[in-house]
Design a protein around this ligand. Structure first.
Ligand code: AHM
Ligand code: MG
Length: 338
């Protein structure tokens, strides 16, 4: 008969059949911060609940009347899909009732939503998200995702904008949920990157990877090559170089799916400036920053053109940025052509 200690050791070694949930992971991380009140963990658990609700709605797409455009536009002037709005409301409902959330900001809402005033916000958090990134993929059953970023509320703050306009290097946590052939939750709290897969039969995210590392290189570039004629010259030089050096092109057209592949297989993901989007298309605060934090935590690099992405000082909530992120050697190849 094995003793209790050997039994626990054996369990730890059997990582292939572990039953370590996202919830257990959050509590284990919390226990590393002795003074912690649990508020932050409670917010992450709201993200997990939202992810499960959104996953269940997406699974019924085409069976329920949730596909297609709503006939409205968001703050970026883009057509809103019904599921954009459903995902946004789900996140707002799940996060809104959690006491530690002072402000939420979403790609779908022009203004941030102030949930608690300065006094109540003390020790609280700002949560920013893109509720359903890549939603134009929905009609063709392609991968889509939710991206989020969590910042400390620097109370007192004069305005919601002032509270939130912090560089990405100040993020406390960031992550994404990829709704693909399975539902994957990838999270960092600044202590490496962990990956969880939703087991729909038991309704829990199970940890499949702790301390995920991005390969240092990988001959894949991922960008919308249709925009090539209006990329700045450096990007065109990079593409010529990559094509002469045996690179493959992969592009899902949904950032979460493209970044997820890049994290797992290596390579580089880019959204350069174009004639249509001279500052880049992707949003700094709730698309680029969280992905940059994850990629750096996994050992990769992320740049906004020539500047480290996480150092960019945001000026507005919905500001756009150039994005170059991925394996460190591959990002270096891009940078030396710029
Ligand atoms: P969205 O937030 O409106 O869905 O737009 C963001 C998406 C990203 O997921 C993706 O990387 C990019 O837009 C694709 O843009 P394009 O169609 O110009 O290649
Ligand atoms: Mg988006």
């Amino acid at each position: 008969m094995s003793t209790q200690n050997t039994f626990l050791k054996e369990l730890d070694e059997r990582s292939s059949d572990n039953l370590f949930t996202l919830q257990s992971h959050i509590l284990a991380e919390q226990s590393k911060h002795p003074g912690s009140t649990g508020t932050f963990s409670w917010i992450l658990s709201a993200m997990s609940l939202s992810a499960k609700v959104i996953a269940s709605k997406l699974r019924r797409a085409r069976l329920d009347d949730v596909l297609g455009a709503l006939g409205t536009e968001n703050v970026q002037g883009e057509r809103q899909q019904k599921l954009d709005v459903i995902a946004n409301e789900t996140l707002l409902r799940c996060l809104g009732r959690r006491k530690g959330v002072a402000i939420v900001a979403s790609e779908e809402n022009e203004e941030p939503i102030l949930l608690r005033d300065n006094a109540e916000a003390e020790g609280g958090y700002c949560v920013l998200f893109d509720p359903l990134d890549g939603s134009s993929n929905l009609d063709v059953c392609g991968g889509v995702g939710t991206i989020f970023s969590i910042l400390q509320h620097p109370s007192p703050a004069a305005t919601a904008d002032e509270a939130m306009l912090q560089p990405g290097s100040r993020q406390l946590a960031a992550g994404y949920i990829l709704f693909g052939s399975s539902t994957v939750f990838v999270l960092t709290t600044g202590n490496g990157v962990s990956m969880f897969v939703l087991d729909p039969m038991i309704g829990a995210f199970l940890r499949v990877e702790d301390n995920l590392r991005i390969p240092t290189k990988g001959k894949i570039y991922s960008l919308n090559e249709g925009n090539r004629p209006t990329f700045p010259e450096g990007y065109q030089r990079y593409l010529d170089w990559a094509q002469h050096n045996g690179y493959s092109s992969r592009y899902a057209g949904a950032m979460v799916a493209d970044v997820h592949r890049t994290l797992l297989k290596g390579g580089v993901f880019l959204y350069p400036p174009t004639a249509k989007a001279p500052n880049g298309k992707l949003r700094l605060m709730y698309e680029a920053n969280p992905m940059a934090f994850l990629v750096e935590q996994a050992g990769g690099k992320a740049y906004a053109g020539k500047e480290r992405l996480l150092d960019v000082q945001p000026k507005t909530l919905h500001q756009r940025t150039t994005v170059i992120l991925g394996s460190s050697e591959e990002v270096d190849h891009v940078l030396r052509h710029l």
